[in-house]
Design a protein around this ligand. Structure first.
Ligand SMILES: [Zn+2]
Length: 182
């Protein structure tokens, strides 16, 4: 299937995976943990354009707006959309208190450039804004598993800032995120 995404009409720019990986690798090398906030901020700033593009992409297929799709339909269409835009497939699920977004081929991750921590910070920002627009309220996102750490998938938790802060604090105490989210 050929892509139907009109990049300029959707305020999108084609960026190569290599450039994205090189950017985050160089930032972590030269700036260290200080790279996290700028990458998240950049991703967050692009959430609206991605959400709007998803809405147009759905409309061009005669489908309802993102917030009007049933959960299963949303997950199916969102994975098609993120694949077509080059990010990778996603599976949307839930733990007790947060949504989960899993991807086995996420574009910001690269097992060839291993990290000791989840590294998809641009994506965390983008997904927080994207799913916040879907939910109609501000949300936060945190990556808890990452292919850049040698895992089989990237897993993002999306929920309220308070809930994610709680999970973050619990993880810092050595509690598994699955337990912290319950
Ligand atoms: Zn990742």
């Amino acid at each position: 299937m050929t892509s139907s995404i009109d990049l300029p009409a959707n305020a999108l720019v084609a960026l190569t995976r290599e450039s994205l990986i090189a950017l985050r690798t160089a930032l972590f090398r030269d700036v260290g943990v200080g790279a996290v906030a700028p990458l998240q901020e950049a991703g967050y700033a692009g959430g609206q354009a991605m959400y709007d593009a998803f809405g147009r992409w759905l409309a061009s297929r005669g489908l309802a707006s993102p917030d009007a799709l049933a959960a299963a339909e949303f997950s199916l269409r969102a994975t098609e959309f993120f694949r077509e835009t080059g990010w990778g497939g996603i599976a949307v699920g839930a733990l007790d208190g947060v949504a989960t977004i899993d991807s086995a081929d996420w574009a910001e991750s690269d097992p060839a450039y291993p990290l000791e921590f989840p590294g998809c910070y641009y994506s965390s920002g983008m997904l927080a804004d994207f799913f916040g627009r879907l939910a109609g309220e501000p949300l936060a996102a945190m990556e808890v598993e990452c292919r850049s750490m040698g895992g089989s998938r990237c897993r993002f938790l999306v929920g309220s800032a308070d809930m994610l802060q709680h999970i973050y604090d619990e993880m810092a105490r050595g509690v598994a995120y699955e337990q912290a989210a319950s």
